[in-house]
Design a protein around this ligand. Sequence first.
Ligand code: PHE
Length: 505
Amino acid sequence: MAQVRDQWTTRAGFILAAVGSAIGLGNIWRYPYVAYENGGGAFLIPYFFALLTAGIPILLLEYVLGHRSRGSSPISYRRLSQKWEWLGWWQALLAFVISTYYMIILAWALSYTWFSFGTQWGEDTESFFFGQYLGSNQAEGFWDIGGLQWSVVIPVVLLWAFVYFVMRRQAHRGIERMARIMMPILIGMMVVFTIRGITLEGATAGLNALLTPDFSALTDPNVWVAAYGQVFFSLSVGFATMITYASYLKKDEDLANSGLIAAFANSGFEFMAAIGIFGALGFLATQSGTEVEHVVGQTIGLAFVIFPRIISELPWLNSLFGVLFFGSLVFAGLTSVVSLVEPSVSAIRDKLGVARTTAVNWICGLAALVSLLYATNGGLIYLDVVDHYLNSYGLLIGAILMAVATAWTTRKIRDLQAHINQVSDIHIGNWWVLCVSVITPLVLIVMTGLNIVDEWKVPYGGYEISGLLVIGWGSLIITVIAAVIFQRLAWKTDDALTSHEKEGA
Ligand code: PHE
């Protein structure tokens, strides 16, 4: 069956969608905390190193893979060699699994946008979040999943319904239009938020905490691991998202330039969010007469325990500040979550030749069902474990395999470089080939090795080993098996495929 391929209206539409994908929870609630924990101002050194040698080069690699084949990720890898098709499936499936818990955090943010009116979380924001809102005190031990927590189920279902209606439409009418509407609003909200954050009393204390460099951190390998993890997650690379988005570009569209714009917009947003958030943390520390280090919680706690306290302490218009913060999380997250679902929608359509709406019905329906697993009393633990394994192992191993697939086994990296240079104003040199084929995989292999050794000694998060094996490694292994199965299925859209393969031959 011939398929009409989705296409962005303009290059600007593509860039907006790509920036919409990149700017997400990673920028607002993950970056500030990761930077603070890993050397403050000194974190910028590993951060920029990772961005320039790995983040941007791999971003461009994804762009070119998608643009060259103008097909979903399985087709893009298959065009390198039939043997690599599974990698495209694997990365798309990892993205799918991420979407199932990413949406949970959006659901919390949506609830908290509502709770901001009249600061409904009360005095003890910690027991409000973990106890009353998540009900996690009702589950005991790793395997006690408890019952469904309706305060989370309801917003999650609402959000999936919204995403479903956006995704049913073709990419330029759904995803692109959403990005065109939401991104300007988001940036506006964040600018107001940051200005308010840094003008609060005591803000400088927070900024000092964020920016004071601790150079000794640079000798700690974990700081480098954190930098790579942050850059990849934040730029949305490693999960087939950018392959899919770039495949919807017209034939002769600039890639290099678009990549640089997207990358710097993403980092700029991250820095801005961090400044606003740490300004607000400085305010809280000053109000409670302590140091900033005593008020910074962990990522989850920072957004849902500490921020509510800050909002309650504000002298005026506190509900508005809450809506700005939590509303930004929701907006930023929605334009990202669609980009986590789109790779599998696109892959299924290409392989099985089904209509977009059919693929979306199945995938959004399944994703919403899986989400409910985390909308339970015990769900927080599973969310934490799956997130850790997917992002520390799935992401990094996938990125290593990308290098192996393009540079080492099929040796197509020069063709890919030539394709980028043919369509782009900025020409990329051999540094790109060097970064993609040697530097990045080497660093990632060392990092993954160190990670495995570390966690061999101390299991992640102090959870029980059986739990980590089943939920953590289990989710990685299941996605690999599913990827291999998908590779083996017969192509139903052979006209789309063979035209690519003929071109490629
Ligand atoms: N980049 C998004 C964020 O910062 C998350 C994401 C990762 C989206 C990978 C798509 C693919 O939150």
